[in-house]
Design a protein. Structure first.
Length: 272
């Protein structure tokens, strides 16, 4: 599979989960903007058979190379950024939850869902948009996980998807700042993530980021129960040149920590 096919399939799955992202992309394009993808991000668990090392092989097979590791102590996550030699290709960010840092009961839920995964889908890159590869967890289990880790609850309920795509603000002419881009989001009636401030990062750390709050959609839980929960969001990134004049390619952990909260259940419920 080439990168074009990969990202096309990924985008189609993503906008099914986040239809407001498709709407926002059209809004910017209708304003005459060139909408390019800065990066996509995935979530997983540090459990077999879907730990980070197992999934990244599909990223590496596309020609990507590991860029740098990241640690999110508060969110209990480890992550890697990946960069393609062809810099016109989007960056990729893959994070994994440190399940051992959760309670025994939470770990049992996550271990159970992983024990149900058939290894065959893992052999193909389509696994990165395959969704839930296990039987639905119960609504009670979802809420139990939610109290310990919003990330764990999101993943257990939804599975493998692109958690977000990102508009490269560097290529926007009429809205060349994160704040101006977020104003367009709000003009469409879509709330933005204000955790840690509307604009995360700064020119000093060479990266500024902002995002919408996640869409919501009905999801099936055990026993046929259906509840509406947060899904995916649209991000905006503005990169600055380093001392050598090259645009910064990495990620800023302190900013990403707050971007993760774009799927926070309470925030999305209150504003989304």
């Amino acid at each position: 599979m080439n990168t074009q096919t990969f990202f096309l399939n990924l985008w189609e799955d993503y906008i099914r989960m986040a239809p407001r992202a498709a709407r926002l992309k059209s809004v910017f394009e209708d304003r005459g903007e060139q909408v390019l993808n800065d990066h996509v991000a995935f979530r997983t668990l540090d459990l077999d058979p879907i730990r980070l090392e197992s999934l990244q092989r599909h990223i590496l097979a596309l020609g990507y190379e590991p860029l740098a590791p990241y640690v999110f102590t508060e969110k209990k996550l480890n992550a890697w950024g990946y960069l393609h030699p062809d810099h016109s290709q989007p960056r990729i960010f893959l994070s994994a939850l440190d399940c051992a840092s959760l309670s025994d009961d939470a770990q049992k839920i996550l271990q159970r869902i992983c024990s149900q995964i058939d290894s065959s889908p893992l052999e193909n890159p389509e696994v990165l948009w395959s969704g839930r590869l296990w039987e639905p967890i119960s609504w009670e289990e979802y809420n139990y996980l939610l109290r310990e880790s919003e990330y764990a609850a999101w993943f257990a309920a939804l599975g493998l998807h692109a958690n977000h795509f990102t508009i490269a603000v560097n290529h926007l002419k009429k809205t060349p700042t994160i704040e101006e881009a977020l104003q367009v989001v709000e003009e469409e009636g879509i709330p933005v993530n204000e955790s840690g401030g509307r604009v995360k990062g700064s020119p000093q750390v060479l990266l500024e980021q902002g995002s919408s709050l996640a869409d919501r959609m009905p999801v099936e839980f055990a026993g046929g129960q259906v509840h509406e929960i947060p899904t995916c969001y649209y991000e905006f990134a503005l990169r600055y040149p380093d001392a050598k004049g090259n645009l910064y390619d990495g990620f800023v952990a302190a900013s990403a920590d707050k971007i993760f909260e774009s799927t926070d259940t309470q925030a999305v419920s209150n504003k989304g």
